[in-house]
Design a protein around this ligand. Structure first.
Ligand code: T6T
Length: 324
């Protein structure tokens, strides 16, 4: 009996170590679904995720929609779920409309981590509400980003005059929070009047024509906050078309090369660069950590780099210009 037990024990040890070896040898596949594929922000995020995937031996699948639109993002998500990746990293394009579609991934046992944007309240793993199931939220602090934008714009317009927010559409967690932070911070500046927000559906041409219309009604317009890449590019183009370059001040969220060029010509005063490569890198690392049995933080905040014409050529600043 003793011999039989010993043989059993040896057998069990061999079995456990072969399971461990299998687990280690397993090549994980992680999907990254951006808000939109043709956007320097998500292209840069992908590069960060690729760097981590390479270091960890993970297969990264990058698949998204050509527009920032939940109606187009959900079929991409469904197709990814059908491929059964080991984990999903996603920038949900609407905080409500992506809840049910993402529940399907969760129900299929696929861990979900949201990057850049969130669903529900963005407070995950709390047991409250029906959208707390993602494991982690990795992103900029967008309320803070809006506050930084407000202070910068206030300064460049001499703390007085009319301003407005050029924004994407209600329901996007990031840009909603930027507007919230911006307006709240401007309460500290009693001589600044905030006009009605202009929603452009992530279309820079629409943002540019909205600028013309607002300017026609308010020839004393002092400044604009472009709350994301396309809003900012559109606002800047609109200012140029109106012949107001340098007179109507523009603070941009996001930092693709076009925005940096506009800083150099004086069309845009400040750009608030996010760190999308970091978001992608830590998103991928978090997924891998979870898949290999580690616990992960429920939220990871990445920082900002504020660019203006005096610092944008410095390498430590320029490294945060988004990739094309
Ligand atoms: O500003 C980023 C991102 O943070 C936001 O959620 C959507 O717009 C961008 O991708 C820029 O276009």
């Amino acid at each position: 009996i003793v011999t039989a037990l010993a043989a059993l024990a040896v057998g069990a040890t061999v079995l456990t170590s072969s399971i461990a070896a299998q687990a280690q040898d397993k090549k994980f596949t992680v999907a990254l679904i951006p808000g939109i594929t043709t956007d320097g922000f998500y292209i840069t995020m992908r590069k960060g995720a690729e760097a981590a995937a390479k270091a960890l031996g993970v297969d990264l699948v990058f698949q998204g929609a050509p527009e920032f639109n939940p109606v187009l993002q959900v079929p991409v998500l469904d197709a990814i779920i059908a491929r059964k990746p080991d984990a999903i990293l996603i920038a949900p394009t609407d905080k409500v409309q992506l809840v049910e579609p993402l529940k399907k991934a969760h129900a299929a046992g696929i861990p979900v981590i949201t990057v850049d944007t969130f669903i529900g309240t963005g407070n995950y793993q709390t047991g409250a509400g029906d959208a707390d199931f993602p494991l982690s939220y990795i992103a900029s602090d967008n309320v803070l980003g809006g506050r930084i934008a407000a202070r910068a714009l206030a300064k460049s317009i001499g703390e007085k005059g009319k301003v407005y927010v050029s924004n994407v559409k209600p329901g996007v967690s990031t840009t909603d929070q930027r507007e919230e932070g911006f307006k709240d911070e401007l309460k500290n500046f009693p001589n600044i009047e905030v006009l009605e927000t202009q929603f452009n559906d992530n279309d820079s041409n629409k943002a540019a024509s909205q600028l013309q219309a607002v300017f026609a009604r308010n020839p004393d317009l002092a400044g604009i906050f472009g709350a994301n890449l396309f809003s900012a590019i559109g606002a800047a183009n609109g200012v140029q078309q109106a012949g107001q370059s340098g007179k109507v001040k523009v603070v941009a969220f996001d930092a693709p090369p076009t925005i940096v060029d506009n800083i150099k010509t004086g069309l845009i005063d400040i750009a608030i660069a996010q760190h999308p490569a970091e978001i992608g890198y830590y998103g991928l690392v978090s997924a891998f950590a979870h898949l290999t049995g580690q616990s992960i933080p429920v939220a990871i905040g990445t920082g900002f780099t504020v660019m203006d014409k005096d610092n944008v050529d410095k390498p430590e600043i320029a490294q945060f210009i988004y990739k094309d």
